[in-house]
Design a protein around this ligand. Structure first.
Ligand code: KG4
Ligand code: ZN
Length: 337
């Protein structure tokens, strides 16, 4: 079964083809980051219009890269939420219409389930059950995962998502958009000079809160001379605080559930320092951490094609409605057995 995957939930237009037995066949991505950077963040209307321009050419490119024709495709998976409504609708309408024209099933995929399953595309996929830490621009979730669609929410962010905190802090430091990777780059030049708080680690629970850390960062910056070195030192302290906070919460989640496998996915999981902290923490616990390859940490079509393929194989399909849901709790998903 060949599944075409379409991702348009935010500022990446991404398409992939995944085969149930052969694995990932091809994937392409167009990032709108440069378009949005002059505004300091994603402008939803520009994002939607750009998806319209890029999606069909990318679908054609994926098919030709794979040396496949539309008649070879057995199903279409598309991100139906959560995300920006206009952006989601471009993917949903295109996917649903193509599926209708090609007389094949379509399946609506939850974007965060896509992230969660992205490490399954690797040669050494994580075994169920596991704890998943999903850290993206819009969400920070800790989930106990027993199987596909079997998700128990253990904790989430009470305010900013981890990626959002990176982006806002980067903006304060004058780094532009998207901030996460730029802040990480600047942190490499930093000296360990400041110690930032590890929010909500002094009390039990698996919730996150990053807005206080952001304010602490702003105060530290305002009280400094704002030299390049000051900024690098602040970036390092912020990143260290994020990495340690995430690591403390993941350790707690592993201990509470008794599980020995941790999956980390979503854009922020591309961060080297965070990866390193989580690898060291799991090793010390006798557990193992799994990540997607770097390019599949951030938004991509491969994870959507994979997640959709699993659901189509289980017999799930979408009716003819063009379904998009900007807010969509992950624990509402149907389980596949
Ligand atoms: O998963 P993703 O591509 O999109 C959403 O679903 O939101 O995540 C994007 C987020 C952005 O906030 C971006 O700044 C952050 O992931 N990010 C990073 C890094 N690479 C991407 N944050 C920290 N370090 C990175 N290396
Ligand atoms: Zn994402």
């Amino acid at each position: 079964m060949y599944v075409l995957g379409i991702e348009t939930s935010c500022d990446e237009t991404a398409v992939a083809i995944y085969h149930a037995e052969k694995g990932l066949i091809s994937h392409v991505l167009y990032s709108q980051a440069d378009t949005h950077s002059e505004y300091g963040g994603v402008v939803p209307e520009i994002a939607s219009r750009d998806h319209i321009r890029k999606l069909v050419p990318l679908i054609k490119q994926t098919l030709s890269d794979s040396q496949l024709s539309p008649s070879d495709i057995n199903g279409i998976a598309y991100t139906a939420g959560p995300g920006l409504m206009g952006a989601l609708l471009v993917g949903a309408a295109t996917a649903r219409s193509l599926a209708w024209a090609w007389q094949i099933p379509a399946i609506a995929v939850h974007h965060m389930e896509g992230h969660l399953l992205a490490p399954m595309l690797e040669a050494d996929p994580p075994p169920f059950p596991f704890v998943a830490l999903l850290i993206s621009g819009g969400h920070s979730l800790l989930i106990e995962v027993t199987g596909i669609g079997q998700y128990r929410l253990l904790g989430e962010s009470l305010d900013d998502a981890a990626g959002e905190a990176f982006d806002k802090t980067a903006k304060m430091l004058g780094l532009g958009y998207p901030g996460g990777p730029r802040l990480a780059e600047l942190a490499e030049k930093g000296h360990a000079r400041f110690k930032f708080p590890r929010p909500m680690t002094d009390r039990p629970g698996l919730e996150f809160s990053f807005s206080g850390l952001k304010t602490f960062t702003l105060n530290t910056l305002q009280n400094s001379d704002k030299t390049e070195q000051d900024k690098a030192d602040i970036a390092l302290a912020f990143q260290q605080a994020m990495a340690e906070t995430l690591s403390i919460k993941c350790k707690r989640a592993l201990q509470q559930t008794g599980l020995k496998t941790l999956v980390i996915a979503g854009g922020v999981s591309a961060n080297k320092s965070i990866r390193q902290h989580l690898i060291e923490m799991t090793e010390a616990l006798g557990a193992k951490a799994y990540f997607p390859r770097h390019e599949f940490c951030t938004d991509n079509g491969a994870m959507i094609a994979y997640a959709g393929c699993q659901r189509l194989l289980a017999g799930q399909t979408q009716n003819l409605e063009i379904f998009a849901r900007p807010r969509w709790p992950i624990d509402e998903l149907l389980s596949i057995d």
